[in-house]
Write a protein of this length. Structure first.
Length: 154
């Protein structure tokens, strides 16, 4: 039987608690800007480390309050508990990634955005020359060639 140290009530049996998953998973700033894949990643994808892990727990049978804990997933040892909204102790600050409250000076999130190159104004389509666009396969508009006068300028 584990003793879990509720920050509000003190040590209690583990049966009084509910596990709430990974802590510090920030809600997207603009949920409507996310792709389906990004939304699915926010909803379902969580870290699964061996060792210290930042988790949410609820003291459901006691004070019913949520709190955060650092737990070693290999030994089940609770290394730290701290209130919701707070940051973990300094020695475990590296476990929290992508938290807006923590702004490290180093590399924030290496390789976090696989969205590819986004260079504004660098359109690779080249100079726009009217009339030079190939008509290509347009089987749905048989009368399109007669209405455009400048399509055959050479
Ligand atoms: Zn409690």
């Amino acid at each position: 039987m584990l003793l879990i140290d509720c920050p509000h009530c003190g040590p209690r049996d583990e049966v009084e608690f509910h596990y709430g998953g990974q802590a510090h998973v920030a809600y997207p700033e603009d949920p409507y800007a996310l792709t389906d894949a990004q939304w699915a990643e926010f909803l379902f994808y969580r870290d699964n480390p061996r060792g210290p892990f930042a988790e949410r727990w609820q003291h459901g049978v006691g004070c019913r309050k949520w709190f955060n804990a650092i737990r070693d997933t290999a030994s089940y040892e609770f290394l730290a508990v701290y209130p919701m909204g707070a940051q973990p102790p300094h020695e475990y600050a590296h476990l929290v990634s992508g938290s807006p409250a923590v702004a490290p000076a180093g590399p924030a999130s290496p390789g976090a955005s696989p969205s590819g190159p986004a260079s504004p104004g660098a359109s690779p389509s080249g100079p726009a020359s009217p009339g030079a666009s190939p008509t290509g396969p347009t089987p749905s508009s048989p009368s399109a060639s007669s209405t455009e006068s400048g399509s055959d300028s050479a």
